[in-house]
Design a protein around this ligand. Sequence first.
Ligand code: C2E
Ligand code: MG
Ligand code: MG
Ligand code: MG
Length: 278
Amino acid sequence: QAKAAGRNSYRFFTAEMQERYSRMLALENGLREAVARDQLSLVYQPQYSLAEQRLIGFEALLRWQHPELGPVSPAEFIPIAEQSGVIVPLGEWVLARALEQQAEWHRQGLPPVPVGVNVSAVQFRHPGWCERLADLLGKAGMAAGGLELELTESVIMDNPQQAIAVMDSLVRLGVRLALDDFGTGYSSLSYLKRFRLSRLKIDQSFVRDLLRDEEDRTIVRTIISLARNLGLDTVAEGVETREQLELLQRLGCDQAQGYYLGRPLPAEQATALLRQAG
Ligand code: C2E
Ligand code: MG
Ligand code: MG
Ligand code: MG
């Protein structure tokens, strides 16, 4: 009996492993063609200032519509893209697309709006990346200051010296830098001062239970005061309720994004929002 169960669970385990593995292979292969086959798009999540409740920018988020598997979450395919190296052309596509969208808004006479783009560690360390970015900025003809690159703590803390050099070149190009998911990794506070950041993004895991969890409240308060001392703006991520928003405002958080304020929107809807705001 026990033996049979053991065998069964073993078989079940390998079947599940097998399935996961073939899905991963399918995604890895699919990703190589996703760009050429027009399966990728960007959605834009609005960000608001808490003082004036004004639209102050968007975060660009990648979406992939797989022909057989349907929509695949970036949380699933970005790590695969990183392992296989596809993240480099993929990341370039994201940057080019985001800059193109800004140029399109400009052509339509809309006010300039900053767009945040997520940058993976592999992309960040890829040699020649800054030069490619400079090319893309030149081609789009948009002011570099309208582009914000979102880096995570692990991207930077892996090799802080090298990261600081890359960040310096990026800042020289004129782009702005934000630290994404702040508080989930570990950043040495002494380094934080030397990173050329404009904003700290407070991770949504601290926002989720903000009203109930005293510890999360303390963490958020600490991040906000740290940011203030370093001259950085704070953006809270994952704001889903009015209560969270009001509490963040009372805690002195500068900006926020989240489902309560607005879902990530396809380009046309983001354009409509921009037109309405401007
Ligand atoms: P992230 O950069 O921290 O992005 C925030 C994630 O939270 C997004 O998930 C967004 O849709 C989601 N979100 C926004 N508001 C709320 C809310 O109120 N509640 C909850 N529960 N979630 C909210 P998404 O789009 O699935 O992206 C997941 C992660 O994938 C991103 O986390 C980022 O790390 C990565 N990613 C997305 N697009 C790109 C990209 O173009 N390049 C790279 N390298 N990574 C990307
Ligand atoms: Mg982000
Ligand atoms: Mg984040
Ligand atoms: Mg994240």
